[in-house]
Write a protein that binds this ligand. Sequence first.
Ligand code: ADP
Ligand code: MG
Length: 361
Amino acid sequence: MENPFRPTAGATPPELIGRAGILDEYAYGLRLRSGAPGLLTIFTGARGVGKTVMLGAAEDLARSQGWAVVSETATRGFMGRIGNAMRRLADELGPGPHGRRVTALTAAGFGITTQLPPEQQLEWREEGVRLLRLLEEQRTGLVITVDEIHAAERQEIAQLAADVQHFIRMDLPISLVFAGLPAAVSNLLNEGVATFLRRADRIDLHAAAVDEVERSYREIFADGGFTLSAEQARRAAEATGGYPFLIQLVGYFLWQETERISAEPTDDMVERAVAAARRRNERVVIEAALSTASGRDLDFLRAMAEDDGPSATADIGRRMGARPNTVGNYRTRLIDAGLIEAAGHGLVRFAIPGLRDHLRR
Ligand SMILES: Nc1ncnc2c1ncn2[C@@H]1O[C@H](COP(=O)(O)OP(=O)(O)O)[C@@H](O)[C@H]1O
Ligand SMILES: [Mg+2]
């Protein structure tokens, strides 16, 4: 058996830990096909928590019900690419009102602009209605997923939202699923760019339970013919903090060590795997997450790093020499950025494992 762990962005892990029931509302929406809240779903969470993987799981579920899927990432021009994909789908399903098929030439102009001129916008909508009616006849629908919504141009989101809202009003079978960092999504919902998205089912993804990770490690290693002792599985699982990217990293490095000697792993090997996983996580996730933090944001985070557990905002304010409402502003910014999270009244904690150690160093 080859190494089953997948420490790569968006890669499907050997087991989806701690996500049972998360797509229930969505599945229910697919059954009703229109008017169900689950059909508008937004996944939020810190980097590496598993948003892209959940988008993929939602797409698989929709496909298994016969729905058509258009899957995009919110880099510039995504609206046009969605439009193109929808036209292709419509043309596969049937000829247009006048037997017209879209030529490659007309479709080509679509993929590169961020704002369509009004007449094309209208055409886009008509195409959408045509596609959705065809799908409706088959008692299925269309799912549009957009990943990394934090990268989106506001104009494009507003346009997509307006069109989807139009389809919803016509009771057409459409579903929109987004994924993004909490910051971007909160701003998006508050800015009034796409107010109807406030009704979306917002699912905030968190770390899995360490017990679950421990059980999963023991099972996966056993499947490969290796025995992890209870203590080793516990140690490895605890080192991940239940954080999905670290679950894959620790599993991956431990598997690599184990298959090299093709025998039972030693405690030393567990320690080496944990250390390697931390280094990789630090390079990939923590540095990316901190790249947008301002100097004052870093002061706030360093003030938190003095504590071994959750920090009281009052203490943070004292350490930073800042007034409560200033501290409150930074708290909100950092929560939105997915760097910290609320941990009970007046308390915050780090949302990314290893961040505290990184800041201390
Ligand atoms: N529920 C889960 N259990 C175990 N591993 C997971 C889970 N969700 C995601 N992963 C793994 O975590 C890593 C990050 O997932 P990804 O979906 O790219 O996160 P995000 O999009 O939030 O940055 C990937 O290696 C993926 O295989
Ligand atoms: Mg992602």
